[in-house]
Design a protein around this ligand. Structure first.
Ligand code: NAD
Ligand code: TYD
Length: 341
């Protein structure tokens, strides 16, 4: 068995990666290490093969817990664990620094101590800041760091630590920088699942500012296949941008969603803009396409249809995540009740 230590594997992308790995080959044994914060959900892991998947509840910023959980003969650590929502980082950056920065360094130290063969850091296009609105500029692997939110700054700091571990100690590291993911099991604080959940309940959809901000959307499983390719074939020390060549304005995203759900565009509500809101993200994925022969499998239409179908079929998951502390978060963030029309 080839052992992989996945952190944050009870979250949105991490759980999709765990499922993909188990589906792709019988060779993998996964230790899934996750603190189960508000974003982690054991329901995301139901039905997995227990002979090949072992869940440990633990915090990557807890050195003893990581040392205890990480075995010696591991092929890779894949680090998904993070505080991941920009709006929460604007409210308070504390947890972002602890998990995204300190946690990453603790994992790097543990990887060296235990002789882990490869360290995969799951990063984000947001470390490169905001592009001009010219439709002609794209993020490449050589784009300079220019993080604008506390979230992006913490992910950029983590990347610097990964780079330093490679340069100073020769640790085999690879970094992936992806754009906005969408798909099943995404926590409904993020734009797409929030919009789907609200629209399904005939509630208004809050659109920040003028809705003309651009995000580059990718179906979560396509992102996970790219991470797998980088884990297996990426060059040591390299950064790989991941994107499906699918940049869209937020307004267009909501409109296609409402059309697909058969709901009126009148559900759309412009609300106060996010502080420091990045205007445009767009990724040039030429390197990963050429070097690792990776391509996305889903189009925007097919990915959106799959995503909507999943949320329709999993209303209980959605309602569970939209209860409890989520209601307080929603009231603070949007100034209305989660179930207000
Ligand atoms: P998520 O918020 O859905 O999940 C994060 C997971 O990490 C949760 O299961 C949570 O319990 C766990 N976690 C948080 N703090 C932890 C800690 N201290 N120790 C152990 N586990 C902890 O996030 P996601 O959207 O699945 O993102 C996963 C990774 O991908 C993140 O590193 C994020 O920066 C990156 N990323 C996300 C996107 C996106 O569009 N969502 C795009 C590019 C990169
Ligand atoms: P989000 O899903 O938070 O991802 P990120 O900020 O990491 O790109 O937001 C995606 C886009 O949608 C972003 O431009 C902010 C916007 N947005 C809204 O317009 N309304 C909302 O309620 C949220 C959460 C986001």
């Amino acid at each position: 068995m080839r052992k992989v230590f996945v952190t944050g594997g009870a979250g949105f992308i991490g759980s999709a990666f765990v499922k993909l790995l188990l589906d792709e080959s019988d060779d993998w044994f996964i230790t899934n290490f996750d603190a189960l914060t508000y974003a982690g959900n054991l329901e995301n892991l139901t039905g997995l093969d227990e002979n090949r998947h072992h869940f440990i509840r633990g915090d990557i910023a807890d050195r003893d817990a990581v040392t205890q959980a990480l075995e010696n003969d591991c092929e890779a650590i894949v680090n998904f664990a993070a505080e991941s929502h920009v709006d929460r980082s604007i409210t308070s950056a504390d947890d972002f620094l602890r998990t995204n920065v300190t946690g990453t360094q603790i994992l790097l130290d543990a990887a060296r101590a235990k002789g882990v063969k490869r360290f995969v850091q799951v990063s984000t296009d947001e470390v490169m800041g905001s592009l001009p609105e010219d439709d002609a500029s794209f993020f490449t692997e050589d784009s300079p760091f220019a993080p604008n939110s506390p979230y992006a700054a913490s992910k950029a700091a983590a990347e610097h630590l990964v780079r330093a571990a490679h340069h100073t100690f020769g640790l085999d590291t690879v970094v992936t920088r992806c754009g906005n993911n969408y798909g099943p099991r995404q926590f409904p604080e993020k734009f797409l699942p929030l919009a789907i959940a609200n629209a399904m309940n005939d509630q208004t959809i809050p659109v920040y500012g003028d809705g003309m901000n651009v995000r580059d959307w990718i179906y979560v499983e396509d992102h996970c296949r790219a991470i797998l390719a980088v884990m297996e074939k990426g060059k040591p020390g390299r950064v790989y941008n991941i994107g499906a060549r699918n940049p869209r304005r937020n307004l267009e995203v909501v409109q296609s969603l409402l059309d697909a759900l058969g709901k009126p565009h009148s559900l759309l509500r412009f609300v106060t803009d996010r502080l420091g809101h990045d205007r445009r993200y767009a990724i040039d994925p030429s390197l990963i396409e050429a070097e690792l022969d990776w391509r996305p499998r889903e189009t925007w239409a097919s990915g959106l249809a799959k995503t909507i179908a999943w949320y329709r079929e999993n209303n209980r998951w959605l309602e569970n995540t939209r209860s409890g502390a989520y209601r307080d978060y929603y009231r603070l963030q949007y100034g209305t009740e989660v179930n207000a029309s």
